[in-house]
Design a protein around this ligand. Structure first.
Ligand SMILES: [Zn+2]
Ligand SMILES: [Zn+2]
Length: 216
């Protein structure tokens, strides 16, 4: 591991990882809360019409482009009101992990990978609820619940895949075929010389394909 990265990791752990932090608990919060809201949304569905199911692929595409533009925009460029997002990503995540040192050293390093609980709650409140209410009003309640369920499933998939990319390559999850291929794209993105120009999708590179920023 390059010396700069090693020094930064030590500093990050001292400054940003509280003594009582447990990576497993953090993951349990994200997947527990996300899974509970996802299950709640699914049990609300009633006699879904064929046209209403279209909400699933449309939400998937919307989430993929939001991931792309969120990452290409405020996560790599400082924007007013979104300093926390920029700091956590460009200044911390990308210095903690580079293409030469992608692996975390232990569960406490999940702090540098997963979204902090405060941002998870913020995104739920700021995006999911207002859009859900709007969809229930302009479309149908089924469409609103399908939107909430699909976007949550997408978010949990994002957290799962991103954590998998930063596991040791010998870990069984990191060795799944699709994970291995996507991990290589994300490793390229972690090269400091390339991070602001390519592979902005963390999950499936649809945005990168559409906007010509995919680099294999
Ligand atoms: Zn990463
Ligand atoms: Zn990035």
């Amino acid at each position: 591991m390059p010396r700069d990265t090693e020094t930064f990791r030590e500093l990050y752990r001292q400054e940003h990882v509280p003594a009582g932090y447990r990576g497993g608990r953090h993951a349990l919060f994200t997947f527990g809360l996300g899974g509970a809201v996802l299950a709640t949304a699914l049990v609300q569905l009633e006699a879904v019409q064929p046209v209403e199911w279209l909400a699933v692929p449309l939400t998937f595409l919307y989430a993929n482009l939001a991931e792309y533009w969120g990452h290409r925009g405020p996560m790599h460029h400082l924007r007013r009101g979104l300093r926390l997002v920029y700091e956590r990503h460009t200044k911390q995540h990308h210095r903690f992990f580079t293409h030469e040192s992608m692996e975390l050293d232990g569960p406490r390093d999940l702090r540098a990978v997963l979204f902090p609980p405060v941002l998870v709650v913020f995104f739920l409140a700021a995006f999911m609820i207002p859009v859900g209410l709007l969809l229930a009003w302009v479309a149908t309640p089924n469409v609103a619940w399908l939107y909430i369920a699909t976007s949550l499933a997408y978010f949990l998939n994002y957290e799962f895949l991103h954590a998998a990319y930063h596991l040791p390559p010998s870990h069984p999850v990191a060795r799944l075929p699709l994970v291995g291929r996507l991990r290589r794209l994300h490793t390229t993105h972690h090269d400091p010389r390339l991070m602001a120009s390519c592979n902005f999708n963390i999950t499936y590179p649809i945005g990168d394909l559409l906007f010509g920023t995919l680099r294999r």
